[in-house]
Every structure is written in C-alpha cells, then in structure tokens.
Design a binder for this molecule. Structure first.
Ligand code: PLP
Length: 469
C-alpha cells in the first residue's frame, strides 16, 4: 500500500509542532496539525497547554480528548476580528456546535462573543445551559420535531426553516401558542444554492440534490408564503455548501448568489436583513492539506458581499457565518494507550490502541486521514510504518493506515491530531465502550469538561422487564 507521507521522511513527531510560536496570534489554527501551544518539554514529551500529555493520561485515564483553550480562543477571535476588520456592516460569527457540543465548548465560544448554531433540541438545551444568549442561538435541521420547534420558540432563539413541512408546522404551532406567546417568531430560510464543491459526498450540502433547504426554484413561492404570515418574522437567508473546503471560489459564488436572493426577498415586502453564509472552511489533517487561513476566508466573503450589495444598491445585511471544523478541530488531540500489535510479514503491522471508531468514527465513515505522534517519544525518528487499529469488533476499525512512527511498545501514548471536530460529537458506545473523558488545558492547568463514562452509565437507560429476570 502506498504511504501518503512524503517518501523517505524519517522525521520525528517534532516536525508537526507549530513553527512560528513567537507570533502565535498570526497563526491560523486550521493551517496547523497540532494545537498552537504544543511543544516538546524538557523530558522530550509532548506538552499541550503547559501540560505533559503523558501525565494527563496518568491523571485522567485513556483514551482522553485534550482540548487546548488557547487554540480554540485564537480561532474564535480570528473569525470575529476578521469580520470586524473586513466588513463595515454588522456581523455575527456562530459556532457550528455540531462539531463538538458540550457545556464547556459552548461557554468558551460564547465568552468570545460567538453565537451558537444548533441542530437539535439536545444541542439547543446544552447551549442554553452553557449560558449562551438565546438571541445568538440559531436552530437548524431538516426534520425538526414539533417539540424542538416549541422549545426554540419558547426559548426565543432564531429558527432556520428548512422546508415547506416545517413552515406549515411553525404556522400551526404559533397559532396554537399565540394566546400565550403573541410575539412574532424570528425565522431564517435555508436555501440550496446549487453550488458544487470538492469535498466528500456526505459532507457536501449545497448542490441541488441535497436533503437540506428549499429549492431556489421555489423562492418566489416561499417568499410569498412567508410574507403573508403575521406570526413569522423572516429576518434572513441561510445557505451552507459543505465542509472541509479548500477553495475560496465556492464561497465567493455563494455570497454573490445570496445577495441576489436578498434582493428578491425584499421585492416581496420581506424585511430581510441577515445573510448567513454557513461554514465549511477546511483544515489541515495531513501535511499536503493547504486550506486558506481563517483571515483569508473571511476576507473573501466580506469582499463579495460588499461588492454584490453595491452593485444591487442594497444596504449591507448583517453578515453571519457558522464555522465548526475550522474553529475547533485543531484545538484538540486524542491520546490513546498502545496495546497489542500484530505483524503480517510482507504485508503490514497492526498496532492496536484502546479506542477507535467509537471515539472517532470519521475514518470509517468518510475515509478520513489523520496523523499521529507518540507523546513519550516525540523526538524519536520515525522508523516504522504501521497501521493503527481500534479495538472494535470491526475489520474496518482502522484509525490510520501507514502511520509513520517511532518503534512503538505497549504503554506508549499515541496522540492523534486535529480531533476536535466531529469526533466526540459523533462518538458512540459501539461494543459498549464507555466514551472517553475530555479535559481543557490552559497555562499548565487541566480541567475535566466531560467525565469518562462508566459501566454504570452504559446500563443507565437499560430496562430489564420483570419477566426477563
Ligand atoms: N452549518 C451547517 C448548516 C452545517 O451543516 C455545517 C456542517 O456541515 C456547518 C455549518 C459547519 O461546517 P464546518 O464544520 O465545515 O465549518
């Protein structure tokens, strides 16, 4: 099998450390493999947020998600400040919390002035519990339940309406609730822009054949319908074209198309003042990945919206975006403990770790590629090519094919990089593995943000009917 690592590379894990540490503020986290605070400490071990990763594993167990607060805050600020720098109108960055939704992450994003994009009652409940203002929460979803819509209405968050069924359900709900909550509901409309981008089919959402959003051919009908609803206040339009995108052109095209929609909406008497261009900026998972920086991405969007509005003689809308992956992925690594290994002569060596597809389902779902280092051998030369296998009863439970590593032994701490997005949030209990703990690290301090699940947790929702005892 062909390695995706550059031929002949015998480097050590130190090659992945951020290079320009003295000017951290200029580093775009999505262009790095390791968190911005990562370094080799005096013992030669990987340190993140001032904490030795091997010590964190001793203290909090394995596997362990390790979230670097500085990297996450830096990404939040680069988005927020970028919009303030390049866009003269109002702007609001929303963290797409589907990437990793938990109290601490929502609280950190909220404390940096970001709002939160949620896609379920559970994510909404968490964001509210984290103290995020409902005025900055936006609820998405292509099949929101009546209960989720009622929770959103009662909490006062904005609902991003996805389809006709939802619009009719909303109208029906507001009529029923009208006596108790007479104010209008803030809605946005999600539209499918018909823009193709080069990313995995499952994470592409903006092409016409997508389960999300209204067909742009129905625009006139949708605008007309909404303009006639006394209880709906349509404040904006939304689109999201996909995830892990490296080109800037699709988002430029999107921004331009959305300004045309804005012009059309206002012809129907709707007072649409917000445009949400979604998320989708890619990150570096392997050396060859070359995404634009957060700053470059924000600049591209802001320029297009301004020039398109000028061409249409429209006032600048409030500009929203909702990045997930590029905000959080690089701020987290997952530490595992190496266990058994198996060498098949002439074929490959499998090195097994104590987690796998249950804590990181991306490789088996999207064939995603990751890099890893050995935390306790950061400076040792990469002399081996091995396949990192998870511990699940599934042959496809492979985290990394052809990983370049130093010689590994049981007890080594293997650290997979850039696991902050769509790892914990997609984690499962497959094979009844308890989900790992997560810690946030900053200035040499580590705090638990997710407790490790226990076997008791695993059977908490189980019911054993009397007759089966
Ligand atoms: N907004 C919506 C509607 C999404 O579906 C997604 C994820 O696919 C995002 C934002 C976040 O995308 P990303 O994590 O690529 O920034």
């Amino acid at each position: 099998m062909v390695s995706t690592h550059p031929a002949g590379v015998q480097d050590a894990g130190t090659q992945y450390l951020p290079q320009r540490r003295n000017t951290n503020t200029n580093i775009s986290p999505n262009q790095e493999l390791l968190p911005l605070t990562a370094k080799a400490n005096s013992q030669g071990n990987l340190e993140i947020g001032g904490c030795d990763v091997t010590t964190l594993v001793e203290q909090f167990g394995s596997p362990l998600y390790i979230l670097d607060e500085e990297t996450l805050r830096t990404a939040c600020r680069q988005y927020r400040d970028g919009f303030q720098k390049y866009y003269p109108g109002e702007s609001q960055v929303l963290y797409a919390s589907k990437a990793w939704n938990c109290l601490a992450v929502c609280a950190i994003a909220g404390s940096e002035g970001l709002g939160i994009d949620v896609v379920s009652g559970g994510e909404l409940y968490t964001a509210l519990a984290a103290g995020v203002s409902p005025a900055k929460i936006y609820l998405h979803g292509n099949n929101k339940s009546r209960e989720e819509l009622i929770l959103a209405i009662e909490s006062g968050v904005t609902i991003v309406a996805d389809n006709w069924y939802e619009l009719h359900t909303l109208v029906d709900i507001v009529e029923t609730l009208h006596a108790t909550s007479p104010s209008k509901i803030r809605v946005m409309l999600r539209l499918t822009p018909g823009i193709e981008c080069h990313t995995h089919e499952y994470i592409r959402t903006g092409h016409l054949d997508s389960k999300f959003g209204f067909d742009p051919n129905d625009l006139a009908e949708v605008f007309e319908f909404v303009s006639q609803q006394p209880n709906l206040n349509c404040v904006g339009l939304h689109a999201h074209i996909g995830s892990q995108i490296f080109e800037r052109q699709p988002h430029r095209d999107l921004a331009a198309v959305m300004v045309q929609w804005l012009r059309d909406a206002n012809k129907y008497g709707l007072n649409v003042t917000e445009l949400n261009v979604g998320g989708g900026l890619g990150i570096k998972y392997v050396e060859s990945d070359d995404p634009p920086s957060i700053d470059e991405w924000v600049k591209a969007i802001c320029e297009v919206v301004q020039s398109a509005c000028a061409a249409e003689n429209l006032p600048l809308p409030k500009l929203l975006s909702e990045p997930g992956r590029s905000l959080i992925a690089t701020s987290c690594v997952t530490a595992y403990t190496v266990g058994s290994s198996k060498t098949i002569p002439e074929i490959r060596t499998y090195v097994s770790i104590d987690g796998g597809m249950s804590d990181n389902p991306r490789p088996i779902t999207y064939q995603s590629v990751y890099r890893a280092v050995i935390a306790n051998k950061l400076s040792a030369s990469h002399t081996e090519t091995v396949t990192i296998a998870g511990k699940h009863c599934e042959s496809g439970d492979i985290l990394i094919k052809n990983a370049q590593l130093p010689k590994t032994e049981p007890g080594d701490i293997l650290v997979v990089m850039a696991t902050g997005a769509y790892n914990y949030s997609m984690a499962s209990n497959y094979n009844r593995l308890p989900r790992p703990a997560a810690v946030v690290v900053a200035n040499g301090e580590a705090n638990l943000i997710l407790q490790r699940e226990t076997y008791q947790d695993l059977i908490r929702q189980d019911c054993l009917p009397e007759r089966l005892k």
